[in-house]
Design a protein around this ligand. Structure first.
Ligand SMILES: Nc1ncnc2c1ncn2[C@@H]1O[C@H](COP(=O)(O)OP(=O)(O)OP(=O)(O)O)[C@@H](O)[C@H]1O
Ligand SMILES: [Mg+2]
Length: 224
């Protein structure tokens, strides 16, 4: 099984969107896919599926935790969104976050998956240490945008992955304004065999066309 975390220290660069699209692409190609939402503080991967969480708007006493993994659109999916009221804020300290993440991972997925994609939160903190050290994940897809603030965070992500001996299997520039991938020094130092660019897409097109009809998937690598 290939286990690949979709990462960036910077928030809002497209990790979740890309994790979902990778999962859908490889599922449609006949692979058996698992998708873990490791963003415990902001679990919103479920919103990309055409699926309504039965616990949405439910009063806390009426929450029925789903049996994980939950099979949605043929993908084994696991998220705290399926265990708790998705409208509640997860007010957890690091050790508790790590414990939940390990439980989600260990209890959830079939052993015969072809790929497990992990949608990471932003940052370089507890979730990253848990996933890359405790769960021993050794591959990552980096997502970034061409922006000085993001590049500053990208450097930190790259240093962290290096320290944790994680291979970057692809680096994706998202929300790009031109088709030319930026020749960023940090990216150039990486031994990445796949670099690619995804353009900024108008909001209505992103959901109606690119995500629902798989147009975004076509921009992603055939294998990782
Ligand atoms: N290529 C794109 N073109 C236009 N909008 C995009 C593109 N990729 C992502 N978005 C939008 O940007 C926003 C952030 O995307 P997303 O939630 O996937 O990022 P993220 O890195 O997972 O964020 P977070 O760090 O909060 O988890 C979303 O509203 C998403 O729809
Ligand atoms: Mg996200």
């Amino acid at each position: 099984m290939e286990k690949i975390a979709i990462c960036s220290a910077k928030g809002g660069v497209g990790k979740t969107t890309i994790a979902y699209s990778l999962a859908m692409k490889y599922h449609k190609a006949g692979k058996k896919i698992g998708l873990l939402d490791a963003d415990i503080y902001g679990p919103n991967l479920i919103n990309l599926f055409a699926y309504t969480n039965p616990n949405q708007n439910a009063h806390n006493s009426k929450i029925t935790p789903a049996k994980l993994p939950y099979l949605i659109d043929g993908i084994e999916f696991s998220s705290t969104d399926l265990l708790f009221n998705p409208d509640d804020a997860a007010m957890l300290r690091g050790p508790m976050l790590s414990k939940i993440l390990i439980e989600l991972y260990k209890k959830s997925f079939s052993a015969d998956l072809d790929y497990l994609f992990i949608d990471m939160p932003p940052g370089t903190g507890d979730a990253y240490i848990t996933v890359f050290k405790d769960l021993n994940i050794k591959k990552a897809v980096l997502v970034y945008v061409d922006d000085p603030l993001c590049i500053a965070d990208l450097k930190r992500t790259i240093k962290m992955l290096d320290l944790l001996r994680v291979d970057v299997v692809a680096a994706i520039e998202n929300l790009a304004e031109s088709e030319q991938t930026i020749t960023n020094d940090e990216i150039m130092t990486l031994d990445v065999n796949k670099t690619l660019t995804i353009p900024r897409i108008a909001r209505h097109e992103l959901y109606n066309k690119y995500l629902r009809t798989g147009k975004l998937e076509k921009l992603l690598p055939e294998t990782l």
